[in-house]
Write a protein that binds this ligand. Structure first.
Ligand SMILES: Cc1ncc(COP(=O)(O)O)c(C=O)c1O
Length: 478
């Protein structure tokens, strides 16, 4: 019996799988709109939204979901969110304009992130809820001249006990100053509530943050303020892997390869954040998020059912209800999880001087990789229409290389095993790229245009593709 090659099998949504299994669907789409392309699946977005809603409904909390637009520039996702009746979290003047043009009224828009003077003024005019990042912002909102519009604000808090340091938010220790400011300027500032955002999978951190914010709600009452919102931010995780054991097996083989054991598995002496020395491989790799197996719905459920020590062990959901608080969420990646893929074409396959096989694509690393992280899911190969038979005995270990004249434009720095050696004209599918992978780092280097975004929808047994900007959700959500 032969041992299976190391693999990082991707979890794929059934709708995306059905699309990829439809003969020629991806090839025809790229022939029409060009290669490479980002394909987005708004129906998967709706599916993710329904799952989050069902957790919240089960706990009978009052809630508002603000889709974090920053996760993807797609208009199709924005329109889907708008049609589904949820709110939106925007983080720039441009995202605000996009949200407004997608149909969001000001009372369904929340603005997060750090803001400059100009944006603050625009936000007052726009009458949206401002999630205040710092005391300077709050002070400026209080001071601006002009008409005496009331400005609805949330105070973003950070620096919770035993949490990682954050550059965002008002330090917990300064919250009283913020409350004094808000109370002094109450004719101008309407304190809607408190917010936090943690990019952490550690359940205890969120519970501690909720607990501290509930304490701030009490203190706000002491200032004569009446907050009604507890905004728990985003950070609900994605599940990339279809097989956690194989993922662990791959990582074990990679660690062995870093120590010079077995077949080499890394390009350019990359160590992925591990420290490698004579005693072994240490530390946490940059790609650890790809190992996650806890879905966003479970994270949310665990948070809502977490007992709060300061409230006699009553759960987060119960305490929020008893205090007439509306829970706000700002999910980004959990709403677009599995709702996008990136498809590129194989230009040629070559052998490097060390014998490594390089599969060169018409794509660059930055258009499929967030903030230069190593993406640890196996791409899929869709053989070109002219080539239905496979060539040579597989599997074959390869690195994917990008189209820029840069040594570092390697799409994978870890070896991926494919069933067969690919050929020019084959398509390569990068699974689950909708969350941050498509836009966060993408640059138009060498004047290559950014890949177009296309919306793919299923109608009965048929798939339709249109430019992302043209997509209009059905009146009744599927
Ligand atoms: C304030 C805020 N809210 C929400 C999000 C969305 O987070 P996620 O995509 O992890 O759900 C972010 C992401 O950076 C954020 O900064």
């Amino acid at each position: 019996m032969t041992t299976p090659v190391p693999a990082l099998p991707a979890k794929i949504h059934p709708l995306v799988r059905a699309f990829l299994d439809t003969p020629d669907a991806a090839h025809d789409g790229l022939a029409r709109f060009g290669s490479p392309a980002h394909l987005l699946f708004p129906q998967v977005f709706s599916d993710n939204l329904a799952r989050l809603r069902s957790v919240l409904d089960r706990h009978a909390v009052r809630y508002r979901i603000c889709y974090a637009h920053k996760v993807n520039r797609s208009r199709a996702f924005l329109r889907t969110a708008e049609r589904a009746g949820i709110a939106v979290d925007v983080a720039s003047a441009q995202e605000l304009a996009a949200a407004a043009s997608a149909g969001f009224a000001p009372d369904r828009i929340e603005v997060t992130g750090p803001k400059g003077e100009r944006l603050l003024r625009e936000l007052i005019e726009a009458r949206v809820t401002i999630n205040v990042d710092n005391l300077w912002e709050l002070q400026r909102l209080a001071e601006f001249d002009g008409d005496h519009t009331e400005v609805p604000v949330l105070l973003r808090i950070s620096g919770f006990p035993a949490s990682a340091m954050s550059r965002f938010g008002i330090a917990l220790a300064e919250a009283d100053r913020a409350l004094t400011l808000a109370a002094t300027h109450r004719s101008r500032i309407t304190l809607r509530g408190f917010a936090f955002h943690l990019d952490s999978g550690e359940p205890g951190e969120r519970v501690r943050a909720v607990q501290e914010c509930l304490g701030l709600v009490e203190r706000a009452y002491g200032h004569g303020l009446t907050p009604t919102v507890l905004d728990i931010g985003g950070g609900f995780r994605q599940v990339f892997t279809a097989d956690a054991d194989r993922f662990d097996g791959y990582v074990a083989a990679l660690r062995a390869a870093l120590l010079g054991r077995g077949e080499p598995m890394t390009w350019g002496h990359n160590t992925f954040g591990y420290q490698v020395d004579d005693t072994g491989v240490h530390g946490t790799p940059v790609f650890h998020k790809y190992a996650n197996t806890v879905p966003a719905t479970r994270m949310l459920d665990d948070l809502l059912t977490a007992p709060l020590d300061a409230h006699g062990g009553r759960t987060v959901a119960q305490v929020a209800g008893e205090n007439l608080l509306e829970l706000w969420l700002e999910p980004g990646k959990s709403l677009v999880d599995h709702a996008g893929i990136t498809v590129a074409r194989v230009e040629f396959v070559k052998q490097a001087a060390d014998g490594s096989m390089l599969v060169n694509l018409d794509l660059s690393r930055d258009t499929v990789t967030p903030a230069d992280q190593e993406v640890m899911v196996d791409p899929l190969i869709l053989p070109g229409p002219a080539r239905r038979e496979t060539n040579g005995a597989g599997p074959v270990g390869v690195y994917f290389a990008g189209r820029l004249c840069l040594e570092r434009d390697m799409i994978t720095n870890h070896k991926a095993w494919l069933p067969h050696r690919p050929q020019a004209g084959d398509l390569v599918v990068f699974p689950n790229t909708a969350a941050y992978h498509q836009d966060l780092s993408a640059a138009a280097a060498s004047m290559h245009p950014l890949p177009p975004k296309l919306a793919v929808t299923r109608h009965g047994g048929e798939f339709r593709i249109c430019p992302d900007t043209d997509y209009e959700p059905a009146l009744v959500m599927p």
